[in-house]
Ligand binder design. Structure first.
Ligand code: PAF
Length: 280
């Protein structure tokens, strides 16, 4: 497996792969890889024959009081996992490679960037859209792989790729959960044992909505009321948002239907967690 540090080398690698007829897959990550990321790399390896994994803790998607400096960095273990799952290249640039001195160009996906996570993390999706645009322009992949866990991010990136006609297919892979139901996240390492127990309320709320929906409940207000009741069992947890929205626009819907997104974000101790389900 090759480790690439510069955009020009990544571009050269991509052009060589394309010239030899290969299908290029990119898995953008911030490292601290876990089984959720492994599933993305595996999917890419199955559908593409040249797979790059980017590892870049992107400063512009963190707010001033967020966890940029303490975000877990596990580069050697990440490389081992990526190689095991079939990655050919790790793209691990420094900050100045992605944001050259004086960089003044950002990507703003209007209307979507300030919904859900964007509402409580101002500037977050501007940072995500900017870095992913840079990665897609440099690697020019046929397909890029993202987890459904970041459902609002997926909506922002789908819109961006369509608007900029980047020509990359966005592939969304299912949420990977631990045996107790907690959705895998690089931030789960911040949770104490007690907080981890409390955090299970997020996946309980997902199961509640799925089961009420399966029983025929379509009224968003009623579904949200049931979720609030589930959260009332864990009063120490601060709900950031609980929303039932159209997955493309991230706008609330009164009536849930197939494809509707139920998404939740909550702060457990000092850790902000998200989870969601797409109703079927
Ligand atoms: O989902 C993530 O890990 C990040 O937001 C991404 C897409 C790699 C951009 O930094």
């Amino acid at each position: 497996m090759q480790i690439i540090r510069t955009v020009s080398e990544l571009r050269r690698w991509s052009r060589e792969q394309r010239a030899s007829g290969k299908i290029i897959g990119l898995v953008p990550t911030m490292g601290a890889l876990h089984a959720g990321h492994a599933s993305l790399i595996r999917a890419a390896h199955k559908e593409c024959n040249a797979v790059a994994v980017s590892i870049f803790v992107n400063p512009t998607q963190f707010g001033p009081n967020e966890d940029f400096s303490r975000y877990p960095r596990t580069f050697d273990a990440d490389c081992a996992l990526a190689e095991k799952e079939g990655a050919e290249v790790i793209f691990a640039p420094g900050v100045e490679e992605i944001y050259p001195a004086g960089a003044a160009t950002f990507v703003e996906v209007e209307g979507l960037s300030d919904r859900l996570d964007g509402a409580s993390r101002p500037g977050h999706f501007r940072g995500v859209a900017t870095v992913v645009a840079k990665l897609l322009i440099a690697a020019d992949p046929d397909r890029a792989y993202f987890g459904q866990k970041d459902a609002a991010q997926v909506a922002v990136l789908r819109r961006m790729v369509a608007d900029l006609r980047l020509g990359t297919e966005i592939v969304v892979c299912p949420i990977v959960r631990d045996t107790d139901g907690l959705a895998l996240s690089s931030r789960n390492v911040y949770l104490s044992t007690a907080e981890r127990q409390q955090a299970l309320v997020l996946s309980r709320s997902i199961r509640t909505v799925e089961s009420l929906y399966a029983q025929g409940e379509r009224n968003s207000a009623k579904l949200l009321a049931a979720v609030k009741e589930v959260f009332s069992t864990e009063p120490e947890i601060r709900i950031d948002y609980i929303e039932i929205v159209d997955w493309a626009t991230l706008l609330p819907v009164e009536t849930a239907m197939p494809g509707t997104l139920f998404a939740v974000a909550a702060v457990v101790g000092s850790t902000r967690l998200i989870d969601n389900t797409v109703l079927r």
